[in-house]
Design a protein around this ligand. Sequence first.
Ligand code: ZN
Length: 422
Amino acid sequence: MPFAKRASWLSRPNTERSLAKPQEPATPNQTTDGTSGSFWRYSARVADSCAKHIDDPVERLKFLQQVAPRLRWKSYNIPWRVAGLILLVGVSASLSAVLFLPSAKPLQPVLPSIKPIEHAAVVAQHTAPSDVWQVEKTAASEVYSNGLRIDNHYLVANHPRSYVAFPLDQAAQSEGVRRTEPAGIVFHTTESRLAPFEADQNRVLKKIDESLLEYVRRKHAYHFLIDRFGRVYRVVAETDAANHSGNSVWADDRWLYLNLNQSFFGVSIEARTQPGQVEAEMSPAQLRAAAMLTEMLRSRYHIAANNCVTHAQVSVNPSNMQIGYHRDWASSFPFEQLGLPDNYQRALPALWTSGFEYNPEFQQWAGDRIRAGIQLAEDRLTAQAAESGMSLRAYRRMLQKRYHQELEIVRRANADESEESE
Ligand SMILES: [Zn+2]
């Protein structure tokens, strides 16, 4: 909502910064399966017999993989010379680790993993997007095979995309994994001044556009902006991060993403979100443009439909641990008309991965559709707490603690990039 902020039409606070110090790139978890050799052995017969009771083949395989490393120590008649050699190798390896891995970090507290289960039944399954390719390119613009035209007059560079994401199935112990590919799209409204959309307002409409684009460029606020006429402007380069979703949380089936400025594209539509609004306030031209842009980005970067979401779905406030700090497209985003599943039907990850809460005022303001995602997330959180044997309150506190640990990792990783958020 940067333009509105500058023009003092803004109605909401919006300062989000990354603050902390740099860190070494994340090191992958070091694991040994120990399944070979004559020392480790487990009862295949017992494991197989337990595995037979698991119907799902993937879960069965996971079970067997989990059982294998926890092998019982078996006493064998080991020749002393062999045992001595192994002891020597072990001591050498330990010394090497101490001497040559100075950046080794203390272990995180062991917390339960979050299972990457999704409420797939309520979210329509969408196929991969159509293949979209570039047809023409000049210094000023690009044309794509689906009719998309991108204007590059306001293009600006920012720092290259590089971020840390957390694998969901081992998030408890993970230091995160460094990635550079875009994982999704966050849709915004500009919340800027809107003149009447009428022919005799052309001069005013175009003047507002110019000011808005200048502001977005100066702030590196979004990757793309779609104006009232449906014109698509590329502002921040696709290779770079943009300051569109500072404090934010999203997760897909495999990864947890915090602070989406780097991991997600920011696409903003020149529009405003009204309280309780459930119908999109978008012109037909904006709808068509947003659909074509989404299709091109998904095709080019293999972005999952489930990772195309709105700012209201991802925005959080770490200081009070509540969702809904930014509220653009809270309940009125036309997912279906952009060729996407109704992602309002997805359990909001901020609640079930990170223990965020919400207040009744936000629910009231935000409207019906996002309430579905909040309810699904609450249900999921309750089920996770029951499964872990903890009270809901204790489980939520555990998730919040873990969120702050992960946030610190992300902030250290991004410390070189002076980020500000819209
Ligand atoms: Zn926004």
